[in-house]
Design a protein around this ligand. Structure first.
Ligand code: DAV
Length: 373
């Protein structure tokens, strides 16, 4: 298994081919960011985090790190090479000529920042000011991959200005109410405007030649158009999921398991007219199982649907959070080997098993899974 001498190859075309090399985030120094327009729109109105900011409690950081380290060891035990980012001092003010932010965020969820498409790793623009500099945590790794794999492409999307013009003022109130939010999001009236190109990497799912991108709070239409122009060899499809009052990131909503099979959050179903490409090509979209919890853990931004934020290791093997018994049961019945991973106490730092990882290498090539367009 001699991982140290394993040659570095950057390549990953989809969410399910055999995973061989991955980045797992860390909880070191993570902060609850200070209020800012895009973040305020996402923190649920009844959340315990409203108004609070600064470093997360040390006991919680230590516990999350213990779980992330354990997850990394589990993956290594299966012969997967694991790298970790380099955290920064997140509890510091940052600024550009356009804005100032009180704190940064952390580097637990590399999936939000890094998009691997074939031999390219692309740094997303991001859409929160507190996450503008987060790519720096991954630069030591990206530089190393660039040096070690002469075919790797290291790209960065245009850094956005993130002035107030990027955010709809309507979302500044904390008294909008879930009903109004559901109306707005169903009408694709999201917190981000079309001022400039914006996307988070976690809004993108890779299906070989096709990229499926969620239009929501963290990715706008200009961001999706930029991705389409940037990857001219791909077909880029825009999706949205009515039913989610806080639509950020596609990976607790739409989860491909293997060619032909996707789990969809039953509270956030893909609209009928957007199902055509899947139907025509014989892909099945099934409702995911219910989460095992009624509420997220303390100080957590994400919803209980992190239950479906699973990490597929290959088309027969999937990592599922240990307490998510219904999700595990469903995947087991679908014939998958389920690897249990204890991660719930790290959720608050930026998400689940898919969020806290980013692909470096999966075996396989770029296939066309949707030949009938
Ligand atoms: O359902 O709160 C979480 C996605 C995190 N990357 C949700 C989405």
């Amino acid at each position: 298994m001699d991982q140290l001498r394993q040659k570095t190859i950057v390549s990953s075309w989809n969410e399910w081919d055999p995973l061989k090399h991955v980045i797992v985030g860390t909880a070191d120094g993570a902060c609850i960011p200070a209020p800012e327009p895009a973040l305020d729109a996402k923190v649920p109105e009844d959340s315990d985090m409203r108004g609070q900011f600064g470093p997360r409690p040390k006991e919680m950081v230590d516990k999350a790190n213990e779980l992330l380290d354990q997850f990394a060891s589990q993956l290594e035990g299966r012969g997967i090479r694991v790298d970790r980012p380099t955290p920064m001092e997140f509890n510091q003010k940052t600024s550009t000529p356009d804005w100032q932010a009180e704190t940064m965020f952390g580097c637990m969820p590399p999936r939000d920042v890094l998009l691997t498409v074939g031999k390219e790793i692309l740094e997303a623009t991001m859409s929160y000011r507190c996450r503008w500099f987060e790519y720096l945590c991954y630069r030591p790794l990206l530089q190393k991959y660039y040096d070690e794999d002469s075919e790797m492409r290291h790209e960065a999307a245009p850094k956005p200005r993130l002035t107030d013009h990027d955010y709809r003022q309507d979302y500044l109130s904390d008294k909008i109410g879930v009903q109004k939010r559901l109306e707005w999001t169903a009408n694709k009236f999201f917190v981000t405007t079309e001022e400039e190109v914006l996307f988070d990497a976690a809004d993108v799912l890779r299906f070989g030649k096709d990229l499926v991108v969620q239009h929501g709070f963290t990715t706008n239409l200009k961001g999706i158009d930029w991705l389409a122009r940037h990857f001219p060899g791909h077909r880029v499809h825009t999706v949205n999921f009515p039913g989610d009052p806080y639509p950020i990131h596609i990976d607790a909503t739409f989860t491909p398991i293997k060619p032909g099979l996707i789990m969809n959050n039953p509270q956030r179903r893909l609209p009928e007219e957007q199902r055509e490409m899947f139907n025509k090509n014989g892909w099945e979209i099934i409702d995911s199982a219910q989460p095992a919890h009624n509420s997220p853990p303390p100080l957590c931004y994400s919803s209980v649907w992190l239950s479906m934020n699973v990490l597929v290791l290959d088309t027969k093997t999937v990592c599922v959070e240990k307490s998510e018994v219904y999700q595990a049961e469903q995947l087991d019945k679908l014939g998958m080997e389920v690897v249990e991973v204890d991660l719930r106490d790290a959720y608050a730092f930026g998400g689940g098993l898919h969020c806290c990882t980013a692909d470096v290498y999966r075996e396989g090539t770029c296939e066309d899974y949707f030949p009938i367009q």
